[in-house]
Design a protein around this ligand. Structure first.
Ligand code: DGL
Length: 261
């Protein structure tokens, strides 16, 4: 089983921020990445639809013999990870907003969470807030339209800069000194967010922790691949040209569009 691939998915290019950390942490592994671009964005969809999509993609990845699956999407983790773990027997690793580390790093005792609407409304976030956020103020912004703009992957776009300004500025003005990137798309525009927030603001992205958790679980289950030179194959369910270009620019192998899942 050790030579079997690891499946990774997100609604689009967001999960590539996690894929990058997985590639560095586990260079021997073969990776299959799926961007569910036909259903992007997830963040404004219902829990039912997101769960159905996550389920179908996991089924597909299991059909590709994946030995483990990474839900490289906060929105899908929040909506579906519980059911995925019930329905699939391979290790399933998710991603959630780094609230605990944020409570440890904030000095102003005010933190800001940037995430999709579905993540902010999900039970997972309320549980994290109750567990770790008792004595701090947690501000949040559901960054409508931001994922779609990031998918266009033009960091110079004025619309993108305006959206960052609209969502980040109020959090800083209300005293947040730590920002939690609660959507895997946002690390792709980390520089823009940092510029808007100011150098003193700490920005937390859990991508590396996800890769480390994946390694830990594979190691415990003796599933790590030993032979070197792992491969990466990326595909999408839609036909987004920008997705394809982004994959090629990232020097990754592009498999196909319109993957029927
Ligand atoms: N990148 C995803 C997340 O981490 C999903 C964004 C979306 O499709 O709305 O939440």
């Amino acid at each position: 089983m050790n030579n079997q691939p690891i499946g990774i998915f997100d609604s689009g290019i967001g999960g590539l921020s996690i894929l990058g950390e997985i590639k560095s942490t586990l260079p021997n592994e073969n990776l299959i990445y799926i961007g569910d671009t036909a259903y992007l964005p997830y963040g404004t969809k219902s829990k039912k639809i997101i769960t159905e999509r996550a389920h179908k993609i996991c089924n597909y990845l299991i059909g590709q013999q994946c030995k483990s699956i990474v839900v490289a999407c906060n929105t899908a983790t929040s909506a579906a990870i519980h059911e995925l773990r019930i329905n699939f027997s391979v290790p399933i690793i998710g991603i959630e907003p780094a609230i605990k580390p944020a409570t440890q790093s904030t000095k102003s005792r005010i933190i800001g969470i940037l995430a999709t609407q579905a993540t902010l409304e999900g039970d997972k976030l309320s549980t994290l807030k109750q567990k770790f956020g008792q004595d701090i103020t947690i501000l949040h912004e559901s960054c409508l339209g931001l994922v779609e703009e990031i998918e266009l992957s033009n960091q110079q776009s004025q619309t993108l800069k305006n959206l960052v300004e609209i969502y980040v500025r109020p959090l800083i003005e209300q005293g947040a000194d730590t920002l939690v990137l609660g959507c895997s798309h946002y690390p792709l525009i980390r520089t823009l967010i940092q510029k808007c927030a100011g150098d003193d603001v700490i920005i937390l992205d859990p991508s590396l922790s996800v890769a480390q958790e994946l390694k830990r679980q594979l190691d415990t289950k003796k599933l790590l691949r030993e032979s070197n030179s792992g491969t990466t194959n990326c595909s999408q369910t839609g036909d987004s040209k920008t997705f394809e270009i982004f994959i090629e620019k990232s020097k990754l192998k592009y498999g196909s569009s319109l993957l029927t899942i």
